[in-house]
Design a protein around this ligand. Structure first.
Ligand code: ATP
Ligand code: MG
Length: 436
């Protein structure tokens, strides 16, 4: 087959046979978000580029190399969102949501776009689940957000994922740290990659996040941010740790974590899985809302990569429950019977059960095979004689038991009682197999 084109490099399709895995994870995320008091926010897939320049930071890899930026026919410079925080913050401000009082807690599920080299767990279009809290300065907010992310891993039954924690200070202590980094990396100027050499003046902390082997080796002996924290940042960091201890959430303090976005202050964290790397990254961004033109609003959040999470579940062989199968397949033989079948199918669907019939013109035999293939729980054949007698045989496909059911209004009662009986006995079977 010669198609006119294929999907764009770095983008993936999520096919009908796999989408239930996404839905299962998304359901857990929505439920967890809800139980922490978060409501969903949906923002456009594109924003004015300056939003990301100012928030994500124009010295970051994301803005410098990875953003999909284009000029519209109207002459605006627009970028596809590379992450979810900036758009959510912009929307919160633009609609004055803060007038409702703080804290504001919002979560999102969104596609993100970064022009990166495709790799295991790395795509150009990928998806993030994220949570954001605006207007909360207390360490309990940090702990709440971290616990919320962790609760998703817990609910999914993920193992061997560890929390790495750091504090990268605030505008009052960071300049001293930046000066120390400038001095240290200045001594290694010639060895640094070109990008890091340009970062040296503008944002030396970014060098700590460089993926080139030489820069990261040099970074290993760089001054450690925790030695430079001011008293307030130190106290805040200690409080965050106490809250996490109280929640019995284990963490490792890792001073190498700085995150790849400029808006972070104080707490930064990552949930890291051995073979896959960072699944979730986040932290506090107390200066971002002001940077975007709002009032000073201590805020924080995280982004969790959906594709990496799915890879992790696959690697850890974590079962994702399969979607429900067809409850009833109805075969109609002959024009009149087909219409009757269609009428019954629609009736069953209106009771929120799953019903199917032939829509492609299969033979009776092929339809039987199809009903088997889709693992229908019940099937029923309606032909001329069934129409005449106004009843048909309802067949339980697990075991073959047949019940005669009326084809008039009495059908639904008869079907539902057979359905309930089957559900109960398969539940009993499941319980018995769990016991043994
Ligand atoms: P990395 O260091 O792996 O590039 P990052 O620091 O750029 O990650 P963040 O911007 O913090 O990542 O995004 C949060 C999460 O989103 C990541 O931990 C990851 O799970 C996911 N993510 C980021 N970039 C990609 C991508 N290109 N493809 C798939 N998932 C991604
Ligand atoms: Mg990245």
């Amino acid at each position: 087959m010669k198609l006119i084109t294929n999907r764009v490099y770095g983008a993936e399709d999520i096919l009908p046979a796999d989408s239930y895995k996404w839905q299962f994870i998304e359901d857990i995320m929505r439920k967890q978000a809800q139980s922490y008091g978060f409501k969903e926010i949906r923002t456009p897939v594109f924003e004015h580029t300056e939003l990301f320049d100012r928030s994500v930071g124009d010295t970051t890899d994301i803005v410098q190399k990875e953003m999909y930026t284009f000029t519209t026919k109207g002459g605006d410079t627009i970028s596809l969102k590379p992450e979810g925080t900036a758009g959510a913050a912009r929307a919160m401000l633009e609609h004055g949501i803060y007038n409702d009082g703080y804290p504001i807690k919002a979560y999102y599920l969104t596609a993100c776009y970064r022009y990166e080299k495709k790799n295991y767990g790395r795509q150009r279009e990928f998806h993030q689940f994220g949570m954001e809290v605006y207007g909360a300065a207390s360490a309990f907010a940090d702990a709440e957000v971290i616990c919320a992310a962790n609760s998703i891993f817990d609910r999914l039954g993920v193992q061997n994922i560890h929390l790495e924690l750091n504090s990268i200070g605030c505008p009052s202590c960071r300049p001293k740290y930046t000066a120390a980094l400038k001095e240290y990396f200045g001594m290694h100027r010639v060895e640094l990659c070109d990008t890091c050499r340009s970062r040296l003046e503008r944002n030396p902390m970014r060098i700590l996040d460089c993926k080139s082997p030489i820069c990261s080796q040099i970074a290993q002996n760089a001054p450690k941010v925790l030695d430079f924290l001011c008293e307030d940042c130190n106290t805040h960091f200690e409080e965050v740790k106490s809250c996490l201890d109280a929640a019995k959430l284990r963490y490792r303090v890792n001073p190498a974590i700085v995150r790849g976005l400029d808006y972070y202050t104080r707490t930064v964290f990552e949930f890291v899985a051995n073979d896959i790397g960072t699944i979730c990254g986040g932290g506090r961004y107390d200066g971002l809302i002001e940077e975007l033109g709002g009032q000073h609003t201590p805020s924080l959040g995280f982004g969790m990569g959906m594709e990496r999470l799915l890879l992790l579940l696959k690697e850890q062989k974590i079962d994702i429950p399969e979607p429900p199968v067809c409850d009833l397949y109805v075969l109609g033989i002959g024009e009149k019977a087909k219409l009757k079948a269609f009428n019954i199918i629609e009736g069953v669907r209106s009771a929120s059960l799953i019903a199917e019939g032939d829509i492609v013109g299969r033979s009776v035999k092929a339809q039987m095979k199809y009903a088997d293939k889709i693992k229908a729980r019940f099937s029923m054949v309606i032909g001329d004689s069934e129409l005449e007698q106004n009843c048909a045989k309802l067949r339980n496909m697990n075991g073959g038991k047949e019940t005669v059911v009326p084809l008039d209004e009495g059908f639904f009662n008869a079907f539902f009682s057979a359905y309930v009986e089957e559900s109960n006995s398969s539940l009993l079977e499941q319980l018995n197999s769990m016991k043994s």
